[in-house]
Structure formats: structure tokens, C-alpha cells
Design a protein around this ligand. Sequence first.
Ligand SMILES: [Zn+2]
Ligand SMILES: [Zn+2]
Length: 218
Amino acid sequence: MLSTLLRYIEEKHYCPHCSGDLTLCHAPPVHVGDGLGWGSEYLFICLNDSCPLFIKGWEFIANQYGHVGSYRFMELPNSKEHFSMMVISREAFTGSIVDVEEVKRQNERYQGQQLALAAFDTCLEKKELDPVLTILLDESVQVDDRKRAIGLLVPLNDIACVEPLRNHAFRDPHLEQEVNLAIGKILAAHFLKECPHCAELIKARATVCKHCQRELAA
Ligand SMILES: [Zn+2]
Ligand SMILES: [Zn+2]
């Protein structure tokens, strides 16, 4: 889906009525005219309010059909197939404009996830925690990949994972539980524990916290 959208974003479509750029929009769920689908989730639409088709359309529809409306020019992506689409207000479609910047941000995030997942094969040998955290701290990654990341925490045995993981709000309580187990094992392997009062890392055998000076239960 994302790759299709990225391709569409690069397409240039022009309105033959006003020569303006067409805007990429989400297609309405059904073809308003005849109830058929568009055959595309996206449409390129001329949203130029000064477009002659749009300006003349109001009068034409009033005379022809006796109601309020006009036309917007539109083309299907990846084709020159086009329509003059009836709209009943100036605002029609302006709420369905594809947020190009958001699509690009999503794509960057996706590319980052793919790089991190690819690094899983070598991150133990290279002692790289970053790819594991990238996947684990991203709620949009599917759960199987995040479980693979959890599986790498203990073998990596990097204490630097504790703070970012503790500061993350996991939406999935099972994942959070598995993360907590892994953190417990990593702390134990370093002979460390978290102070229950101030959350600083301290020696496992400390009886007083060196950070907050509070006493610790044995
Ligand atoms: Zn136009
Ligand atoms: Zn403390």
C-alpha cells in the first residue's frame, strides 16, 4: 500500500481546464453517480477554485438540473482515464487530500524498521543494541518481530537497554512482561538491582541506596 502511494505521490497530473496540478486524494468509498467502485483507492483531483470547469459548473448544473453543484476534474492514478465529477460544495474532497508529508514520514519509519530487522542477524556478534531497541520501542511493528527483539536482549546483555525500555509505555501487557523478565536477567548478570525508591541502578547486595540514601529491604 505504502509503496503504491509513494509511486502516486511522484506522479504528475494536470488539469486540462486550468493547467493546474491535480491533487492526490483518497477516493470516496463508492462512485457517487452509479454506486460502482472507482477501481482505485486514490484519485487525482483539480481542487483549484478558479478552474473554469468548476466556475462554470455551478451555473450549468443550476440550469440543467435545478440544484446546487459543480464539477471537479479528476484522473485515475497511473492512467489518463478522467472524469468530471459532480460536487455539491466547494469543500468536497478537501478533507480527503493525501497528507504527503505524513506518507513520507511513515515511509522513513518503515525503512528504519526494515534496516533494524535486517541487522538482527549480526547484532549479537557486533554487540549492537540499537536495532533491537528500534523494533522494541516502536508500537507499529508487528508483535512477532518485537518478540524476536526481546529474545536478543538477554544474549546482548547490555545494561543500556534498561532506561529506554523502562521509559516506554508498552501497549501489549504480555510484551511488557517479557521485557521485564529480560531486564531482570540482565540486571542479575551485572549483579545490579533497581532501587525501589528512586529507580537508580545499584549493587544487588546494597542495603542502603547510594543515590537516595534510603534503606532497602534485604
Ligand atoms: Zn482545473
Ligand atoms: Zn534510591
